[in-house]
Design a protein around this ligand. Structure first.
Ligand SMILES: [Zn+2]
Length: 227
């Protein structure tokens, strides 16, 4: 069976950045749209989530991302770093409760105070809103390593997240219900951890209904496995 890119429909793949293969040994980069494992895993996740009907939800997204289609949502605002509409994740220049959905894929490792960023993302969510966040490879280490400055040998990242990031978010957001879900790239089979930060209302149960398995953290209580 030929694998098909779930973003553009093409079926021709080449080496990733630096000539790399995926951890499963496959060619990871779609030669048509340029997507990598994480883009297709997130696309797959969002196709499940948008089955909950997001057409009346407004979205704030940090950084453009081929995984996300603006057509899924009622309104889609994208903050582009150093662009005209650039928003500071650590002090989002928007009122409380503005957005139904906030999306931040591979952006929180770029800010000096990610705990402030988590609080700000939660603050601008509507009472029935949720945020979707992902990080570079938290599955592959257990504990986050934070060195406190932008490491330009590592894309300017301040830290490498580990699987403890769900506890870190829970400590910072005691009123949130946080869902951790394993997303998989349909082309290479590579798995990635992604997170939903739910503020309240029926959305938590709706998400649990469309996502097949995961861990749930409610506030700073210990995480529990579900399903
Ligand atoms: Zn593609």
């Amino acid at each position: 069976m030929t694998a098909t890119c779930n973003i553009c429909g093409a079926s021709d793949f080449g080496p990733g950045p630096g000539g790399r293969r995926s951890v499963t040994g496959d060619l990871p980069r779609c030669t048509s749209c340029g997507s990598l494992e994480r883009h297709r895993a997130i696309r797959d996740t969002f196709e499940r989530v948008t089955s909950c009907d997001c057409t009346d939800r407004n979205v704030l997204q940090f950084s453009p991302d081929p995984a996300v289609r603006k057509e899924w949502f009622g309104a889609h605002e994208v903050s582009v770093y150093e662009g005209e509409n650039s928003l500071d994740l650590m002090a989002i220049d928007r009122p409380d409760g503005t957005y139904s959905i906030v999306i931040g894929n591979h952006v929180l490792e770029h800010v000096s105070d990610d705990r402030a960023a988590f609080r700000e993302i939660f603050r601008v969510l509507k009472p029935d809103g949720f945020a979707f966040v992902s990080f570079p490879d938290p599955m592959r280490r257990s504990v986050t390593s934070d060195w406190g400055y932008p490491n330009w040998d590592d894309h300017g990242h301040f830290r490498k997240y580990g699987r403890d990031v769900i506890e870190k978010m829970g400590e910072e957001l005691p009123a949130a219900t946080i869902l951790e879900y394993i997303a998989a790239d349909p082309v290479t089979g590579v798995e990635d951890l992604v997170y939903f930060i739910c503020k309240g209302g029926p959305i938590t149960d709706q998400l649990l209904g469309v996502l097949p398995a995961g861990r749930v953290s409610i506030g700073s209580s210990p995480t529990e496995k579900v399903q």
